[in-house]
Design a protein around this ligand. Structure first.
Ligand code: ADP
Ligand code: MG
Length: 395
């Protein structure tokens, strides 16, 4: 019997549309000889939808129409299996849609990629592809991520964290503090977004104020770091888990703007909708063999430090002035799952997906060996007090 795989995508995130593209690219390539694939779309309101058209990218040109011919579902664990159930049923119609054996979340950004969806799947007891709750959560927080990496000797730019409440209370004081800690130009980033949303560079006080206001629109926590003015960006993907992880070839994305923008990343200058795969890039990156090897080594280390699983893309910045390499961020579910970085290594997209799913099944087998509960008779002796002559253990 084939394994039933739920492909989850969308969600309440600014990268909602990118997730649809990444997921439906994967949908076309998942091995149908091994897996029965059930696509489940999560709307921007967090409702889950199934239906015949949910796996068809063309239908997403008119999402309202698509949803009107689809139906909302939920997942529940019943009798030791996870089921997909309709949330609304007509008279005499059973809510049961299908069983699920494994989930494959292809989601980007806050409220989904940040461990939220992983936590939901953990609660269901459903094995899933990719990073667990903690590695996903750390990977989404640009500040915590750097703290963990630095603690493990991985080079990251120094940064500081600022809170919106403090900024709203006294913007002048906050900006004075920033100017004490950093020379202009600085980069201002919301700590938990992706796709360059809310990020800007500031070269003076007025620019700083605008940049902070923009970043605080998206997050209550913002980080500031020195802007590298003579910059080469390099990305490297890692596949595996904390025991065995392998680096892909490196890529050098090409920016049209100073900050690699949303349209650089996804529109590649044209109006295509191929997601990350359409970005203008040089593969393999045109940097020295030493830099490539150093980046690949740091990428694998970073992946293992967080305890990642599946595929992640780790983005680096080279300061061309000093030649120094800095890890900029990890993307625990990268756009297009970085499949284009594996093809040059001879790993076809279908094989990449198979490997990712195999890693999830391996983790599930390992989890089953860990003891999460032990038999105890503690409840038999418990009394919460208050009743006459209450005896037994006091907790
Ligand atoms: N310290 C920096 N100096 C110069 N440019 C930067 C710096 N940090 C980020 N950028 C630019 O902004 C882009 C987006 O920043 P990044 O931290 O990768 O956020 P996102 O998660 O949105 O991709 C980078 O790809 C790069 O072009
Ligand atoms: Mg980035």
């Amino acid at each position: 019997m084939k394994i039933k795989l739920a492909l989850l995508f969308g969600g309440k995130s600014v990268e909602h549309e990118i997730s649809i593209i990444s997921a439906l690219q994967a949908y076309m390539s998942i091995d149908r000889e091994k897996y029965d694939v059930i696509p489940i779309y999560i709307s921007k309101d967090g409702e889950m939808y199934c239906g015949e058209s949910i796996g068809n990218i063309d239908e997403y040109k008119d999402i309202k129409k698509l949803l009107s011919k689809s139906y909302t579902v939920t997942m529940a664990r019943t009798d030791g299996r996870v089921e997909i159930l309709r949330t609304k049923t007509k008279a005499f119609r059973k809510p049961f849609v299908d069983y699920v054996d494994i989930a494959f979340p292809i989601v980007h950004g806050t409220n989904v990629e940040d461990g939220t969806l992983a936590g939901y799947l953990n609660m269901l007891g459903l094995p899933y592809v990719g990073c667990d709750v903690l590695s996903s959560a750390i990977g989404m927080d640009k500040y915590i991520m750097k703290a963990v990496f630095k603690d493990n000797g991985i080079p990251c730019l120094d940064c500081k964290l600022y809170q919106s409440d403090d900024f709203n209370e006294n913007p002048g004081l906050i900006m004075l503090g920033i100017e004490k800690d950093f020379d202009y130009p600085v980069i201002v980033k919301p700590i938990n977004l992706g796709s360059s949303v809310g990020i800007s560079k500031a070269s003076d006080r007025a620019g700083l104020e605008n940049a902070l206001e923009e970043a605080f629109k998206y997050s209550k926590r913002v980080l500031i770091e020195r802007a590298i003015t003579n910059l080469t960006e390099i990305n490297c993907s890692v596949l595996g888990d904390s025991q065995s992880a392998e680096a892909s070839v490196c890529e050098r994305p090409i920016n049209a703007d100073e900050i690699l923008s949303y349209s650089d990343k996804y529109l590649g200058g044209s109006k295509s909708s191929k997601g990350m795969a359409s970005t203008q890039r040089v593969i393999p990156a045109d940097i020295s063999a030493e830099s490539t090897a150093a980046i690949q080594e740091i990428a694998v280390k970073a992946f293992k430090v967080l305890g990642c699983s599946g595929v992640a893309r780790i983005d680096f910045m080279i300061d061309n002035e000093s030649g120094k390499i800095y890890l900029n961020e990890i993307n625990t579910i990268p756009g297009s799952l970085s499949f284009y970085l594996w093809e040059p290594k001879g790993v076809k997209y279908k094989e990449l997906l198979n490997k990712m799913i195999a890693l999830a099944l391996k983790r599930e087998r390992e989890q089953q060996k860990i003891t999460y509960a032990f038999d105890t008779n503690v409840l038999s002796g418990v009394s919460l007090g208050g009743t006459k002559g209450a005896k037994g253990a006091k907790l």
